[in-house]
Design a protein around this ligand. Structure first.
Ligand SMILES: *Cc1c(COP(=O)(O)O)cnc(C)c1O
Length: 370
């Protein structure tokens, strides 16, 4: 089959990434690039500088490192490169992504303490305070900003305050929030912030990135437990060779990401995008609540990224049938990911607007079949 024009998407992705992207982002992928050519590497350098800007940080103190793979590869690169052999990591978790980070540390044989808040409570700075007082061996603290498992927005400012008061290195998995929720990275003292191409910046999947405090990144030299995921080496090569990645980079994805950054600027930046996401989320929840659906989390803990809803109280409801019906109507939603309750999730990030949320609620209303 010959593909001569951009096909239309049969449905909108209401998932937390990969998400629905703009036509511009997709069109940007329609040419090939040479990874050695300065035209491509200059683009990489612009992207790196823009990411530091989105983190509200100065280019003198912070840098951005891009890493091949999905977001988890970048998390693993940070965990495996930042914690020294005699270091100890404390991971605050309340969902699958916090758990995954802890699991990475364990696989890498890094001494790790896990503070588990369950699935529906926010990470608490007091618990970190206690852990740090009890164990002076702890050198690094890791926390997830938006725990995509539920849609919980963890209070990273409070966590950062405690971590910094004790002089610890702070790692934040802001995968599903960076670019969609303003984060004052230097103000909070975050040393390593991780996100990826296919979340709030609205690119396509293929690489992750780390915004790192340069002083802390320099300490990672020779520490990595993996060759491919050596964060320091990746940075060092990008610095010394004007944006060159160590191994083959996802060129089309990188070009699409450059376009996505331009579209973020056109929208008015992170704050404006956050306003749209909040409006999406509010429209969704108000509409769903009118239909009798109940959210898993109270509003105070809810992020503007993705929302978990309880299954309706009917034995005739099945997620599979609900999913298929909505898909036919042009919406793909997400299953739940927690053990304490039966839930499904609806994301509202990406090339998605309040009128899409209204259409979705109408589609749900027309499919209350149980
Ligand atoms: C998406 C996501 C990740 C990374 O997931 P990948 O599937 O590896 O891209 C990590 N943490 C959080 C909070 C996420 O939302």
């Amino acid at each position: 089959m010959k593909l001569t024009q951009l096909p239309d998407n049969p449905y909108l992705l209401l998932t937390p990434g990969p998400l629905s992207t703009s036509k511009g982002v997709k069109a940007a992928m329609l040419r090939d690039w040479c990874t050695w050519d300065s035209e491509y590497n200059d683009l990489v350098q612009v992207i790196r500088r823009k990411l530091v800007g989105l983190a509200e940080a100065s280019q003198d103190d912070y840098t951005a490192v891009l890493m091949q793979g999905s977001g988890s590869f970048s998390v693993e690169a940070v965990v495996g490169s930042a914690v020294p052999a005699d270091g100890k990591l404390v991971v605050m978790t309340n969902g699958a992504y916090g758990n995954r980070l802890a699991q990475m540390a364990q696989v890498l044989k890094i001494e790790t303490q896990v503070i588990d808040f369950g699935e529906v409570a926010a990470a608490e700075a007091d618990a970190l305070q206690k852990a740090l007082e009890q164990d002076p061996k702890i050198t690094h603290v890791a926390v997830v900003h938006c725990e995509t498992t539920t849609g919980m927005l963890n209070p990273i400012a409070e966590v950062a305050k405690v971590a910094k008061a004790h002089g610890k290195v702070l790692i934040v998995d802001a995968m599903s929030s960076f670019g969609g929720v303003p984060i004052d990275v230097p103000g909070l003292g975050i040393d390593f912030l991780i996100s990826s191409a296919n979340k709030c910046i609205q690119g396509v999947p293929g690489f992750g990135f780390v915004v790192a405090k340069i002083d802390e990144l320099k300490k990672c030299s020779g520490q990595a437990r993996s060759l491919s995921l050596d964060l320091y080496d990746q940075w060092d090569t990008m610095e010394k060779h004007n944006g060159k990645w160590r191994y083959t980079s996802p060129t089309h994805v990188v070009r699409a990401f450059y376009q996505a950054l331009a579209e973020l600027e056109e929208e008015g930046g992170v704050e404006k995008r956050c306003v749209r996401y909040r409006e999406n989320q509010r429209t969704l929840v108000e509409g769903m609540e009118k239909l009798g659906f109940v959210t898993l989390l109270p509003k105070e803990l809810q992020s503007p990224i993705i929302t978990s809803f309880y299954y309706p109280d009917s034995p005739a409801f099945t997620f599979a049938a609900f999913y298929e019906r909505l898909k036919k109507e042009g919406f793909v939603i997400y299953p739940g990911k927690i053990s304490v309750a039966d839930t499904f999730r609806i994301g509202n990030i990406g090339e998605v607007y309040p009128h899409d949320m209204k259409r979705l609620v109408q589609a749900v209303e027309q499919n209350l079949f149980w």
